[in-house]
Design a protein around this ligand. Structure first.
Ligand SMILES: NC(=O)c1ccc[n+]([C@@H]2O[C@H](COP(=O)([O-])OP(=O)(O)OC[C@H]3O[C@@H](n4cnc5c(N)ncnc54)[C@H](OP(=O)(O)O)[C@@H]3O)[C@@H](O)[C@H]2O)c1
Length: 291
């Protein structure tokens, strides 16, 4: 699909961490991006979304919305399932009626973390958290619908400009504390939202459909990510590794959720850059810290 001149509707594109990066990347690539907020279109109200689509006639519909509060989801399962499981197939149905491609984002948290090598698209979703189960249900609903122009992109550990995220929170805390403790026994692939957006465009250019894994290359722990960010930003703060047992959370997170990027590379010919390089860009250029 040619990006130049493409009319792209991006649900979550106005305020979402990933949505904002998608809006910028599609704009830079010559598309006409329509970022939508909850006020423009509540995805829980498909009629409202349909009216918007009728009025604006996009060529591509992207769902970058989601219930993303992993711990709160344990107390609000109805809200998590409404947004993460019920809404995606309804949105895909609207895209199917118009015969336009539909892109949806899922998560590494659909896995329970029992593997010790990167998760491929063929591994079974087996999360035990409400968030992970609701996202896996959303994927299943889309696959069951069977609209062949659906692209599901599983991503992980997002950081980037425009909205608070793990790295930004750590750097804020590093201003007020001499020491931070961060878990070092959960391993994953950090992902810079502008890189996810650029690489989404690569998949769109190749008319990709089905499930793809996407992240920055490499892997680390939350401690590794926090420590690297604090060092890049030259903060006067040490980051100590602690086990998950020292920092219990309501939702159980996977101890290992690195995503295998081979299918993305086979399809696009591109290899995402390493997370350390992307983190440097975020800390030094986007946040203007360090050096
Ligand atoms: N963050 C991560 O580390 C991560 C990791 C893996 C996968 N993902 C997935 O990636 C996607 C994007 O995540 P994100 O971190 O960018 O999310 P986010 O920053 O929490 O943004 C979610 C967006 O969805 C919008 N939204 C929520 N409910 C809505 C509704 N009923 N109608 C319309 N819009 C609604 C929000 O609008 P408001 O600002 O008005 O609330 C916001 O713009 C999600 O599917 C998430 O599951 C995220």
């Amino acid at each position: 699909m040619r990006i130049e001149g493409l009319r792209v509707a991006i649900l979550g594109g106005r305020t979402g961490l990933l949505g904002q990066a998608l809006t910028k990347a599609f704009g830079r690539a010559g598309a006409m991006a329509f970022p939508l907020s909850r006020k423009d279109c509540d995805v829980l109200d498909p009629l409202c979304v349909e009216k918007w689509l009728d009025r604006n006639d996009p060529d591509l519909l992207i769902n970058a919305t989601g219930y993303t509060q992993v711990d709160l989801a344990e107390d609000e399962p109805e809200k998590a399932f409404a947004l993460n499981a019920t809404a995606p197939p309804l949105l895909a149905t609207l895209a199917a009626r118009r015969a336009i491609p539909f892109i949806h984002y899922s998560t590494d948290f659909v896995f329970n973390g029992s593997k010790h090598s990167p998760y491929t698209e063929y591994d079974e979703a087996n999360s035990t958290s409400v968030y992970g189960i609701s996202k896996a249900d959303g994927e299943r609903g889309l696959l069951k619908l069977g609209y062949d122009r659906t692209l599901i992109i599983r991503i992980s550990w997002l950081f980037g400009p425009g909205r608070t995220n793990f790295v930004k929170k750590i750097l804020g805390l590093a201003d007020t504390r001499r020491n931070l403790s961060v878990v070092n026994d959960q391993i994953g692939s950090p992902s810079y939202t502008p890189d996810i957006a650029e690489n989404t465009i690569r998949l769109v250019e190749r008319d990709a459909s089905g499930i793809f894994h996407l992240a920055n290359s490499g892997e680390t722990s939350w401690h590794g990510l926090a420590n690297t960010a604090v060092n890049l930003a030259n903060k006067d703060c040490t980051v100590s590794p602690v086990p998950t047992s020292a920092y219990p959370t309501k939702a159980v997170r996977p101890s290992y959720s690195v995503l295998d990027l081979a299918k993305f590379t086979r399809t696009t010919g591109a290899t995402p850059r390493r997370w350390e390089d992307a983190l440097r860009q975020y800390v030094l250029e986007d946040l203007g810290l360090g050096a």
